[in-house]
Design a binder for this molecule. Structure first.
Ligand code: FES
Length: 104
C-alpha cells in the first residue's frame, strides 16, 4: 500500500528553492521549479554524494554544487555525458491547503 507523508507546505519553498526532509533513513530534497511544480529526489548526487538541495535549479534540472552534474528532476537521470540516476519520489500538492505529500 502507498503511504502518503506530509513533508512541507508550498509556502515553505521559494520558487527555484529547496527543502530537505528525512524519510526513513534517506535524506530527500524537495524542489520547486519556476513553473511552480514540486519534485522530490534523493538528496545525494550519484557522482560523489553532493547535496543536490544546495545546487542551482535551472529549468527542470538541478546542478550538483560539487562538480556541476545536471540531474533531471522529473526522471532522476543524470544528463549526458555523465551517467547515473537518483531515486525520484512521487509528490502531490493539496491545492486547498498547500500541503506537499510524498508517496512511498
Ligand atoms: S558529487 Fe555531484 S557532480 Fe560530483
Amino acid at each position: 500500500m502507498l503511504t502518503k507523508i506530509q513533508v512541507a507546505r508550498l509556502d515553505d519553498i521559494d520558487r527555484l528553492g529547496s527543502r530537505t526532509v528525512m524519510i526513513e533513513d534517506k535524506e530527500v530534497a524537495i524542489f520547486r521549479l519556476s513553473d511552480g511544480s514540486v519534485h522530490a529526489v534523493e538528496n545525494r548526487c550519484p557522482h560523489k554524494g553532493g547535496k543536490l538541495s544546495e545546487g542551482m535549479v535551472c529549468g527542470s534540472a538541478v546542478h550538483c554544487p560539487l562538480h556541476d552534474w545536471k540531474i533531471n528532476l522529473h526522471s532522476g537521470r543524470v544528463q549526458e555525458p555523465d551517467h547515473g540516476a537518483v531515486t525520484v519520489y512521487e509528490t502531490e500538492v493539496d491545492e486547498a491547503t498547500g500541503a506537499i505529500y510524498i508517496s512511498l
